[in-house]
Design a binder for this molecule. Structure first.
Ligand code: PHE
Length: 346
């Protein structure tokens, strides 16, 4: 090994190294080149092994050249590495950048079911008169759903409510919200002003005007001196709030075993205004609820002294109220949850 060939080797190494460094396209390649070229077992070390075969006075010369080559390579590595690292960072920033000014994708919003909405509005109207919302179970016992409401086991009025029974003896799915009256009377002392919205069940074949599940809103007031006139006044306020202040109303005689007297509460036909049309079966009136003075026997079952207190109660079908307000003609629409229907109640 002589000086000239060692020098040539170093020059070749430098040239080759600089080309490879210039050609690198990733920061990781620079790291690898650094090891390959300058590492303990790298190419420069390999070339310098030849130094031992030179005469002593020539060694410093080669050493100087080797240093130069090393510095040149180090410089090139640092420079290209820096370029690549900023380039890589730039590309990453570019690729991962988020434009916070882009308008967001709208998330579709649900809305309240028209029946729930209707019951909330009913509760709001009665809430203004001091009525408080109570809950009462959907699985009820025969005693509370019927007997305490003055409907004994063999009473013909049971035919009014086609009942769905459950596996628990003496239990059923409540056929109306009226058993809630008993539960409130057991839980509270007069004065009582209770509103009981809830799902009810009857054994019915489903069609446009019959459903085996539906919602009712029950009302109960118990106090000293409560009268039928109070009931009439309250229901008028309700009808005016829900259907319009100009609407005429009327009481008709009705029958329920748990109220005496019992009434049907009518509002003038919302379609023809009373001139008689098919929508009101040519009567000019639409029945919106059943009501009456709480039967003394029912007060007694509720633990309330009928000599001292009187009460009135009313019960309405939430679907019927919603139908009248929104012009819906088929009860099945409320249960199908077809978005094309529900979206019309934003
Ligand atoms: N519970 C009766 C029904 O299911 C409605 C009603 C409630 C009538 C309260 C009078 C008093 O139709």
């Amino acid at each position: 090994m002589d000086l000239d060939s060692l020098r040539a080797d170093l020059e070749n190494l430098r040239r080759g190294a600089l080309e490879r460094i210039a050609a690198a396209s990733e920061p990781a390649q620079i790291d690898q080149l650094s090891v390959d070229l300058l590492g303990k077992k790298g190419e420069l070390t390999l070339v310098l092994r030849g130094i031992g075969g030179l005469p002593a006075e020539q060694r410093p010369k080669v050493g100087a050249i080797a240093n130069e080559v090393r510095q040149a390579i180090e410089g090139a590595l640092a420079e290209r590495g820096g370029e690549l690292r900023t380039g890589a960072l730039g590309r990453r920033l570019q690729a991962e950048s988020v434009d916070v000014t882009t308008p967001g994708r709208p998330i579709p919003r649900g809305s309240r079911h028209p029946i729930i909405e209707t019951m909330a509005e009913i509760a709001e109207v009665f809430g203004q008169f001091g009525f408080v919302v109570y809950e009462s179970p959907e699985v009820e016992d025969d005693l509370t759903n019927f007997q305490m409401l003055n409907i004994p086991p063999d009473h013909p009025a049971r035919d009014l409510w086609d009942t769905m029974y459950v596996d628990i003896p003496e239990h059923l799915l409540r056929t109306h919200t009226s058993p809630g009256q008993i539960r409130v009377m057991h839980a509270e002392r007069p004065p009582i002003r209770a509103l009981l919205p809830g799902r009810c069940f009857r054994y019915e074949a489903t069609d446009a005007s019959h459903a085996s599940e539906f919602f009712q809103v029950e009302g109960l007031m118990v106090d000293e001196g409560t009268s039928l006139a109070d009931l009439r006044g309250l229901l008028d306020q309700f009808a005016h709030a829900m259907f319009g202040a100009d609407k005429r109303t009327r009481f008709r005689p009705g029958y329920y075993p748990f109220t005496e007297p019992s009434v049907a509460f009518d509002v003038e036909c919302l379609i023809c205004g009373g001139r008689r049309c098919p929508a009101c079966s040519h009567t000019g009136w639409m029945t919106i609820l059943g009501a009456g003075m709480v039967h003394p026997v029912v007060l007694q079952y509720g633990g309330i002294d009928p000599e001292r207190y009187q009460g009135f109660a009313f019960g309405m079908g939430a679907e019927r109220i919603a139908n009248l307000r929104h012009g819906v003609g088929d009860l099945r629409l409320y249960l199908e949850n077809d978005l094309r229907f529900l979206e019309q109640f934003p």
